[in-house]
Ligand binder design. Structure first.
Ligand code: 13P
Ligand code: SF4
Length: 343
């Protein structure tokens, strides 16, 4: 069986078309229109045909961000998913984000380019483990606040959801007479405690990308650029957050970098963020914060999505997100509570 450029078997009509395109171009020795351009056009054609909207997270590869109808952080994406009139949502991000779109849109078709695009935070808090913990500590009567980076099962067990963009606001609205359990990110949870008047019990989860930034790696880049200001994501450890001039969600990084009174800005988050920042804040020198062990800070899950896979999911309407209705309904209540509390 023939294989495509990435070594995958040719499964779709589109794969066949591009293989044929390459064959004809090679054998005729003539340059024909670029396949990348055709692929973009094909995606746009399918999008119109399917009445689809393409939503993309700030960490997606540049070509996906550039073709999306909306690019943003988890909060902005959740609001867009809630408000869209499209029949199909093609969600370019990780699985829990597409799942959130489905929680809010049970009758719509939600597809994602790669169903295996997970998240280390989601994996660190399986729903059965949370359920056991809550049963074992039933006497505490916890008010559970879940960072949106978790499964629908965990959302269903929670009272309210938050994102990095509204976490402080959501925590401050928690009932004062109940102890809070914050899941699954201990770093985001610690940052919220530092910035609110609430104490919380924290689940021991973390983002495998953001914990790669260290005090040493960020201090060294600061030493190289003494005039630079540092903006970091709250999923970073406290040692890194302490070196930052601003700690915020990916969306707020855009405004911060635009308005910051400095030309040089060190951006401490996943590498995809630099694409959008360089487009929207072209007059600043944006420096990628280095990790301790390598120069890149790419989330392997976010980077599973490609233009080819986006095209295939629009063409085949697969893979789709499905959630058992009982779980979805419970999860929806906690997501809607978040959307209402952060307006
Ligand atoms: P934001 O909501 O700030 O974009 O964060 C999402 C995420 O997964 C960060 O790793
Ligand atoms: Fe999850 Fe971290 Fe990837 Fe964000 S960057 S999706 S928190 S693994």
């Amino acid at each position: 069986m023939p294989t495509g450029a990435c070594g995958n078997h040719l499964q779709t009509g589109r794969d066949f078309f591009f293989a044929l395109h390459a064959l004809i171009s090679d054998s005729l020795g003539v340059a024909t229109a670029s396949p990348a351009l055709d692929l973009r056009e094909e995606i746009l054609r399918l999008k119109a045909e399917r009445n689809a909207v393409i939503l993309a997270h700030n960490y997606q590869i540049g070509v996906i961000q550039d073709i999306a109808d909306f690019v943003g952080d988890s909060l902005g994406l959740a609001y867009h998913a809630q408000e869209t009139d499209a029949e199909v949502i093609a969600f370019c991000g990780v699985h829990f984000m597409a799942e959130t779109a489905k929680i809010l849109n049970p009758t719509k078709t939600v597809v994602l380019p790669d169903k295996d695009a997970g998240c280390s935070l989601e994996q660190s808090c399986p729903a059965p483990a949370l359920q056991n913990y809550l049963q074992e500590h039933a006497e505490r009567n916890y008010y559970v606040i879940a960072y949106i980076n978790c499964s629908a099962g965990v959302k269903a067990l929670s009272d309210v959801i938050c994102t990095s963009g509204n976490a402080i606001r959501i925590v401050e609205q928690a009932p004062e007479d109940r102890p809070i359990l914050f899941v699954p990110d201990e770093n985001l949870g610690a940052w919220v405690m530092e910035n609110s008047n609430r104490k919380m019990d924290l689940w021991k989860g973390s983002c495998y990308v953001h914990v790669e930034f260290t005090r040493n790696s960020i201090q060294s880049i600061k030493d190289e650029h003494p005039e630079a200001l540092v903006v970091a994501h709250p999923e970073c450890t406290s040692a890194v957050r302490m070196l930052a001039d601003e700690v915020c969600s990916t969306e707020k990084m855009i405004t911060y970098c635009r308005e910051a009174p400095a030309k040089d800005l060190i951006v401490v988050t996943e590498g995809g963020m630099l694409h959008r920042l360089r487009k929207e804040v072209p007059n600043k020198n944006l420096i990628a914060g280095p990790t301790e062990n390598c120069a890149c800070a790419d989330c392997r899950y976010m980077k599973m999505n490609t233009l080819e896979k986006l095209h295939a999911c629009l063409e085949n309407l697969e893979p789709q997100v499905e959630i058992p209705e009982e779980t979805r309904k419970l999860a929806e209540a906690s997501v809607i509570r978040m959307l209402e509390q952060s307006r």
